[in-house]
Design a protein around this ligand. Structure first.
Ligand SMILES: Nc1ncnc2c1ncn2[C@@H]1O[C@H](COP(=O)(O)OP(=O)(O)OP(=O)(O)O)[C@@H](O)[C@H]1O
Ligand SMILES: [Mg+2]
Length: 341
């Protein structure tokens, strides 16, 4: 089955062609980062308008790269939520229109299920069951995964998502959007131990997270540095390192707890923050110590992309799932509401 996947939930237009027999045939992405940078975050209306501009050229591009023609496509999968409604509607309307014109089914895919399954596109994919840490710009969740659509939420952030905390911390130090890669870059030049940030909610049982206090701690530290004068460039690096260490250690502690609670030794990390090298190293060490394995996608499939939507859609379409021509998207959509395969 050949599936065209469309991703438009936020500020990336992603398109891909996935074949159930041959794997990923082509994928293309247009990132709107430059468009939103001046505003320090995503402007929803600008995002929607740009998706409209990029979608069809990207679809033509992946068809050409894969050497395919529309008549070979069996179905169209698109991100139906969660995300920005205007942005989602662009992908949904485009997918339904193409499916109608080509006389094939369309299927709305859950964006976080897409992220969660992205490591399945790698040469050594994880086997079920596993614990997944979803760490992105809008989500920080620990999920027990027993199969596609068989998700049990074990814990989540009570306030900011980890990626959001990276972005906000970077912004207040005058760094570019998105902040995660910027903080990671500066942290490499940070002085170990100059600042020590708290590890929120680690001193009590449970699997929930809270990152907004960490962001405030970083703000106070930054303001003290600015007030004291001196080398702001070094202060940025030292704060970035202390912040990253706190996030990484907190995520590692909670992943260890979740694996113990689930009685599992397989961990999947997905979403933009799973591209963070320090996080990968820390989780690999933890899993190494417990003789388990950690799985993640290649960096370009950690952040939003069309390949994960084409893959997730293909699994559900192959199992016979279909939907009507109605164009319906959801800004909020708990993953546990998905039907099991
Ligand atoms: N190397 C990195 N280290 C830390 N954070 C990173 C890194 N690379 C990307 N990020 C963060 O990942 C986030 C983007 O990831 P992603 O595209 O998965 O999120 P999103 O799609 O905006 O949110 P969601 O998937 O929850 O709707 C941003 O917050 C960004 O700062
Ligand atoms: Mg995302």
């Amino acid at each position: 089955m050949l599936v065209l996947g469309l991703e438009t939930s936020c500020d990336e237009t992603g398109v891909a062609l996935y074949d159930s027999e041959r794997g990923l045939l082509a994928d293309a992405l247009f990132s709107q980062i430059d468009l939103h940078r001046a505003y320090g975050g995503v402007v929803p209306e600008l995002a929607s308008r740009d998706h409209v501009k990029r979608m069809l050229p990207l679809i033509r591009q992946v068809l050409a790269e894969a050497g395919c023609v529309p008549s070979q496509i069996d179905a169209v999968a698109y991100t139906a939520g969660p995300g920005l409604v205007g942005a989602l509607l662009v992908g949904a309307a485009c997918a339904q229109a193409l499916a109608f014109a080509w006389g094939i089914p369309a299927l709305g895919v859950h964006h976080m299920e897409g992220h969660l399954l992205a490591p399945m596109l790698e040469p050594q994919p994880p086997e079920f069951p596993f614990v997944a840490l979803l760490v992105s710009g809008g989500h920080t969740q620990l999920v027990r995964v027993d199969g596609i659509g068989r998700y049990e939420l074990m814990g989540e952030s009570l306030d900011d998502a980890a990626g959001e905390a990276f972005d906000k911390t970077a912004k207040m130090m005058g760094l570019n959007y998105p902040g995660g890669p910027e903080i990671a870059r500066l942290a490499a030049q940070g002085v170990e131990g100059r600042f020590v940030f708290p590890r929120p909610m680690c001193d009590r049982p449970g699997l929930d997270f809270s990152f907004s206090g960490l962001k405030t701690f970083a703000l106070n530290t930054w303001q003290q540095c600015v007030g004291a004068g001196g080398d702001h460039e070094q202060a940025r690096c030292d704060i970035s390192l202390a912040f990253q260490q706190a996030v990484v250690e907190t995520l590692t502690i909670k992943c260890k707890r979740a694996l113990k609670q689930a009685g599992l030794k397989r961990l999947v990390i997905a979403g933009g923050v799973s591209a963070n090298k320090a996080l990968r190293v820390s989780l690999e060490k933890m899993l190494g110590d417990m003789k388990g394995d950690v799985y993640y996608a290649r960096p370009q499939f950690c952040t939003d992309n069309g390949a994960m939507i084409a893959y997730a859609g293909c699994q559900r379409l192959q199992a016979g799932q279909q939907e009507s021509l109605a164009i319906s998207v959801q800004a909020r959509w708990p993953m546990e509401q998905l039907s099991p395969l």
